[in-house]
Each structure stands twice: as C-alpha cells, then as structure tokens.
Design a protein around this ligand. Structure first.
Ligand code: SAM
Length: 286
C-alpha cells in the first residue's frame, strides 16, 4: 500500500488522484511533458502536460468507441486516417476490421510513440508492425493539407484538448481539408471533451464542423478516468444515414468483420444508444 499520489491538474476546481507505486518515465519532448506511472489500481497511466491520457485499466472503453463506431456505421471503410493516438490503442482497434486495407496514423510527438512502445506495449499489441499500418510522425494539420481528395473513408482524431499542439485539430482549416479528403460517405470523429466540465469544446467545434459537414452530432462514452461524467466524441459526416443504422445491421457487420464478442465496452446496442444524448449535452450541439 503506497502513500504516493498523482494528482491530475486538468481543472482548478475539481480533480482526481491515483495511488502510484513508481514513476516509469518522465520526458520533456519538443511538444509536451510526458509521464508514465505504475498505479495501484489502474495499471500503467500516461499523462501529457499533467493530464491523464490513458490508463491500462480503462483504455478499452474509449478506444473501442472511437474506432468501432465510425467504421461499423460506415459499413465498408477501407482507408482510415488516425490523428494523434500515439499510444497505438486506436490503431489496434482499427486494424481488427478485416475490410480496412490502409490505416495511416499521424502523431506529432515521436516520443509518445517511443515511450508507449516501451512502457505500454499491451495497448497497441502488434498494431505497430501490421502491414496495413503506416505510422507518420508529424502534425495532423499538415498531413490533411497535403492528402489527396477523397482518399479516406474514416478519420479518427484522438488528440489532446484544443490547447497547445492539439489546438490546430479543432480549426476551420482542419475540418475543410478533412471534408475534402473524405469520400462521399466519409465521417470524422474526434475526442471532444467532457461536456459537464468542457461544454465550450463540444459547442465550438460542432459549430465549426457544421460549416463543412451536413450531419454533425456527437455520441457519448463513459470513460472512468476522464472525470465529469460522459465524454463526447464529436461526429461529422457526409451521409446522415450513418448515425441511424439499426443495431441489427451493426451486429451483422460486426459479425462479418470478426469484432462481435471481441469487445468489453462496445456492443451493437451500446453503439446505437450512444447517439442518444442527455439534454445537458444535446443543448451544446448546433
Ligand atoms: N485518449 C487521449 C484523450 O482522449 O485525451 C488522447 C491520447 S493521445 C496520447 C493524444 C495525442 O495527440 C498525443 O500523443 C499528442 O501528441 C497528439 N497530438 C496533439 N496534437 C497533435 C497534432 N496537431 N497532430 C498530431 N498529433 C497530435
């Protein structure tokens, strides 16, 4: 039993703390302060600039919903772009889908990838060496500016919050280019904060997405270590039918791709119900 605590610094008026047994790494990269701890209950934890990004104990919740929902809603996604997600957890889930022939991951900070490979190997598993994966160390905004028109079916933005290096991933320029490089049924999803504490993030980014996509909404996920209740994942698509696919069809697609029964949070019913938003969240959508 340790009496060493890690206090998260995200909010001035509310926080959480983790009983930790030891610090495994602490690196000041060109972009951020990266720390990885061993904790008593949550397994290994990575923080960036003091903010919890991922814990081994609950990473499945967030990664499954960020990856499986857009891919199974689309139904025939072959080319997926992942921005951020340096821990590799989203990449691993994307590559579980047999239809996916190309997964490009653009992470700005190579140190996050290096440290994740060394200290959080279970999160990415074998994703790093999958022949369909292309790992690029670079800025997501630069990548989407240069990418070809209609070159991706799904874009998944697993970034830090819109402060610092993550800020460019919440701008008009970014969404304009994402709309250009997505195919005609394409969709982009992005981590959009915990509205109970960060409602401006959901509102402001949804208003921006509405300028470039006809179908803008959000879906919710209950990530234990993203404190404040439901986390929202922003949704912006070119085809409104993707958010109304019945659970039976989602299940059939999941069975066909081998996902069904391989998840611990996502299910076809959770997928469909995640788009039913409580009023305190829905009111922040345009
Ligand atoms: N799951 C976490 C969450 O919801 O807070 C995010 C995890 S992931 C570690 C966030 C990643 O986004 C970081 O590794 C960070 O380096 C990366 N990132 C931030 N800004 C970026 C940008 N402009 N281009 C590419 N990656 C970026």
């Amino acid at each position: 039993m340790t009496d060493i605590w890690y206090n998260e610094t995200l909010y001035r008026s509310w926080g959480q703390r983790f009983a930790i047994t030891r610090e495994l790494a602490r690196v000041r990269s060109s972009f951020q302060d990266i720390a990885i701890f061993e904790s008593e209950f949550h397994g290994r934890i990575m923080t960036l600039d003091g903010i919890v990004q991922i814990t081994e104990r609950d990473e499945f919740v967030y990664q499954e919903m960020l990856a499986h929902v857009p891919i199974l809603a689309h139904g025939s996604a072959e080319s997926v772009l992942i921005i951020g997600a340096g821990d590799g957890g989203v990449l691993r889930r994307v590559l579980m889908h047999g239809n996916v022939t190309r997964a490009v991951m653009v992470e700005i900070d190579g140190e996050v990838i290096r440290l994740s490979k060394e200290f959080l190997p279970k999160i990415a598993g074998n994703a790093w060496t999958d022949a369909r994966a292309e790992i690029i160390v670079g800025d997501g905004i630069d990548y989407v500016q240069r990418a070809q028109d209609t070159s991706f079916d799904v874009i998944i933005v697993d970034s830090t919050d819109p402060i610092g290096v993550g800020e460019v991933l919440f701008t008009d320029d970014f969404y304009r280019n994402c709309a250009r490089i997505l195919t005609d049924r394409g969709v982009i999803v992005n981590q959009c904060g915990v509205p109970f504490m960060q409602s401006a993030e959901l509102h402001e980014t949804s208003v921006r997405r509405k300028r470039f996509f006809p179908d803008v909404t959000a879906y919710i996920v209950a990530v234990p270590t993203y404190i404040g209740g439901f986390m929202t994942l922003g949704w912006a698509g070119k085809d409104a039918s993707l958010t109304t696919v019945p659970a039976s069809l989602i299940a059939a697609r999941a069975r066909q791709s081998g996902i069904l029964g391989q998840t611990s949070y996502w299910t076809p019913e959770i997928h469909v119900s995640a788009f039913v938003l409580p009023p305190y969240i829905a009111r922040h959508l345009p």
